[in-house]
Design a protein around this ligand. Structure first.
Ligand code: BES
Ligand code: MN
Ligand code: ZN
Length: 490
């Protein structure tokens, strides 16, 4: 069987005196003010002011994202020095993450045994975990089925001056994001509802959280007719994955819910090829939930967290659900299907209903839900919609600290009538295409009861058409960092 390359797992450790150690490359930061870091100063002193000269001659400028790879002037210590520009702004966690990832990607063109990262000296201690996470993140690409690896992962990455806590936390977060990305990047012939559930089961065992999977028979007996309708056209039946991490005693849990459409052809409302090409990414919400469960279990977060992945494949066949169909959802509310390509909300109707039965004190769902959200906010920004402004503020705060851009869209009551149906309680599209991200959220709101809830539409940022210096194209793992932070803050 065709199998993707194993997830990258470089050995990570913490060292002191980076400029003295034998290594292939030493990575150092340089801000635009040209002030040399402690490590650069030490090398500078030993080499007759080499770096002072390079900076004053404008050869090294410290512009954000600019890199220079130089041969080390000394026989001892690392062989090469990679100078990473850090710009002129106050250092942030996003800059820490992206600089480390960028450095690893710059060095991935050939086999390197050991890379030392001295970026921590340029950032406050509280951001060191983001450097470690970024370095791990940089090791994963979307070329998971290429015979020659497009990224050579160093065997050892050493971080100068990071605590064992920061090292551990960064490793866990980086690996969790990569886990999410890997699942999203897997082709739909490999990853469909049952294989996603198998992967989740394996990850649960490894990370130490409990898991339960409902197959199609159980979905039937549980009345999850909406999920079954979306999956009806596929030879790969739906699954519902439920996960639980217990760390908060007898407190009510926090719920995270993900859209897991493992392939979205649009169904009978078939997508054109260009729109369908990347639709393996339509399970990114579910993969994010799994990545977050992986992270919080490994971190031992002191909260009770339950995770739900609604998994289905949206396909075309004689048994596909149809336009005009009316489905009685698990909650009892009926929905009229007027476009089979608005399937994510239909899957989530049942998934959210199962989630609220566990009486969570807060709930977040993640979904690659609407092209309209991309029209509204562009491809890099996630849309937030909520029934609880305090909860939404907490999610925004976490996103801001992690540097993952989000923007809230309004949930005015005036949108409610736009998802009312003439024959059923609600219909699965709004009126025309206007406000499509919000009408989708309004549809979902029907299934969250009184639970404080934030919906995150990640249709834009979950999957990238093209690479950036700090990350490959394909799955981004967006919102894993934000949600881990948000959960820890609750
Ligand atoms: N999975 C898509 C949304 C999407 C689009 C995700 C682009 C990622 C990138 C979703 O199921 C969909 O098809 N939505 C429709 C809804 C419409 C039919 C009301 C859309 O946005 O066009
Ligand atoms: Mn769709
Ligand atoms: Zn979809």
């Amino acid at each position: 069987m065709l199998e993707s390359t194993p997830l990258p797992s470089p050995n990570l450790d913490s060292i002191t005196n980076a400029d003295q150690e034998k290594a292939d490359v030493l990575v150092v930061g340089l801000a635009e003010d040209g002030k040399l870091s402690a490590t650069l100063s030490r090398i500078d002193e030993a080499t007759d002011g080499l770096f002072t000269r390079l900076v004053s001659h404008g050869q090294l400028r410290g512009k954000q994202g600019e890199t220079n790879l130089l041969a080390s002037p000394r026989a001892a210590g690392p062989e090469m020095i990679l100078v990473v520009g850090l710009g002129s702004e106050v250092p942030t966690r996003a800059l820490a993450f992206e600089s480390a990832s960028l450095a690893v990607r710059q060095l991935a063109d050939r086999v390197r045994e050991k890379v030392i990262i001295s970026l921590p000296e340029s950032f406050p201690d509280s951001m060191h975990d983001a450097i470690v996470a970024g370095a791990v993140f940089g090791c994963e690409s979307q070329s998971i089925y290429q015979s020659d690896p497009s990224i050579e992962v160093p065997s050892v990455i050493s971080f100068e001056g990071v605590s064992s806590d920061a090292l551990r936390r960064g490793r866990i977060i980086g690996q969790s994001i990569n886990q999410t990305r890997r699942l999203v990047n897997e082709p739909p012939a490999m990853l469909y509802p049952s294989t996603f559930a198998q992967a989740a089961t394996r990850i649960a065992e490894e990370a130490g959280f409990s898991i339960e999977v409902w197959d199609e028979a159980r979905l039937e007996s549980e009345g999850c007719r909406a999920m079954l309708a979306v999956g009806a056209g596929s030879s790969r039946p739906p699954r519902l994955v439920m996960m639980r991490h217990d760390g908060g005693g007898d407190e009510a849990p926090i719920a995270i819910v993900g859209k897991g459409v493992t392939f979205d052809s649009g169904g009978l409302s078939l997508k054109p090829s260009e729109s369908m090409a990347d639709m393996k990414c339509d399970m990114a919400g579910a993969a994010t939930v799994l990545g977050v469960m992986h992270a919080i279990a490994k971190l031992g977060v002191k909260q009770n967290v339950i995770g739900f992945c609604g998994l289905a494949e949206n396909m075309v066949s004689g048994s596909s659900y149809k336009l005009g169909d009316v489905i009685e959802t698990r909650s009892g509310k009926t929905i009229e299907i007027l476009n089979t390509d608005a399937e994510g909300r239909v899957v989530l109707a049942d998934t959210l209903d199962v989630a609220i039965q566990h009486e969570p004190r807060a709930m977040v769902d993640l979904a690659t839900l609407t092209g309209a959200c991309m029209v509204a906010l562009g491809i890099e920004v996630a849309g937030l919609m909520t029934n609880d402004s305090r909860l939404c503020a907490a999610v925004k705060e976490a996103a801001e600290v992690e540097g993952e851009p989000v923007w809230e869209l309004p949930m005015f009551e005036l949108y409610d009538e736009k998802v009312k149906s003439k024959v059923a309680d609600i219909k699965n599209i709004g009126e025309g295409r206007w406000g499509g991200a919000i009408t989708a959220a309004k549809f979902l709101e029907n299934f969250v009861g009184e639970v404080p809830w934030v919906h995150i539409d990640i249709a834009g940022p979950a999957f990238a058409d093209s690479p950036k210096p700090h990350r490959d194209g394909g799955a981004t793992g967006v919102m894993v960092r934000t949600l881990v932070r948000w959960i820890e803050s609750q």
